[in-house]
Design a protein around this ligand. Sequence first.
Ligand code: ATP
Ligand code: MG
Length: 421
Amino acid sequence: MFIYIKDKMKTSLEQFSKEDHGIYKKDIDPDVITVSDILINNGFQAFLVGGCIRDILLNKKPKDFDIATDASPSVICKLFNNARIIGRRFKIVHVYVSDKKYFEVTTFRSDARKKNNEKKFKKTHGMIKRDNVFGTISQDAQRRDFTINSLYLDLDSENLHDYVGGINDIKNKKLKLIKKPSISYQEDPVRMLRAIRFESKLNIRLTEECSSSIKKMSHLINNVSPFRLFDEILKIMHSGKGVEGYLKLREHDLFKYLFPYTNNILIIDEKYNDFFMAALKNTDIRINDGLHVNPSFIYAVFLWPYFKEMEETSPDVKDFDSIFRRVIESQAKYISIPDFFKSTIFTIWSLQSSFLNLSSRNIQYVKELSKFRAAYDFFHIRSLIEPDLKEYAHKWYEIQKSVKSKKINRKHNRNGKRKSK
Ligand code: ATP
Ligand code: MG
């Protein structure tokens, strides 16, 4: 069933009935239905939008469910006892359904660029810094990034609303920006990183124009706040498709703006590329097996060549601490690194020399350290590209196996005791 409605913005709406789009309530978290029912019963609209609809249509399990509504943030807060407005850039409401579980509810917004004067945009490199101008659903559809992220499931009628041709792109496995790439990446350069993440994670193709524009505009990524970049890079590296993500960041010239110091070393010595690939493969396997990954690890990996180079070539900085500080401080101008991450990176790197000491006293000490596992994994990956480390890595492989089996035994004993109570 198709209904075409022309609105003021000259966008056409295609509506798909339940039988056509094939999304049923069983695919949807019942708690999100409860939240949307409250909005609907109070006379407001409630749509599921974004990643959840895209993922269900691509036969993937959605990570979370986001609601879009015509109720304003303050009204949403009045309707729910446990709701909190968050965000500076965008005002979003978190509606809590239990202590830890919440849904993001956003009010329809219009394109902030149209409402603001052009001078203001020039000052901010054409980027949209704030975007809290409320609008209609069709305006909301236009301000999103990709067509496949702009599909709205009406939780009242159960029809799916498509203002931007997203359904067609889902069918053709096409990742396409809603606006012209030159405008869209300028407005928000993070969309270049999102493009790379979705392309790898969802196994779909970025259109030629959206892809080739990234290289032309990659330098704009340095206009983005280092805090936002930290989140986005981690999302790419922890998507389970980190290898692909990393290769695409390099291919599209984004890596050189994100990790400029590391990139300068890679240009001269590609051996570190093998190190990155091995580390990312390891992370992908762990993530796809549902195992824990230490988020600091990947930063320890990407900054290692720079650290080594500083160690070898800076006669003025001698001690480990000051080299470490210099490396982190220079990189943090591009991508922020939270303190908690810094301390783990520090431990991973500082333990590397300990793996060269095979005295029983040192082994006993190192294997009991809390970050032993991460530091050992790091050393093991280094040994894949540094032949001198192979022998040591082999010995530590045996040592860590015994640590692992002891831990498993301890866990079994604890569980056994609990059961027998
Ligand atoms: P996932 O949650 O799987 O990472 P997602 O598409 O849901 O993917 P979110 O960051 O949760 O990503 O954003 C929710 C929705 O908000 C997106 O689907 C998109 O419609 C919109 N959105 C997010 N980031 C941007 C952006 N930078 N520019 C425009 N729209 C965006
Ligand atoms: Mg999401």
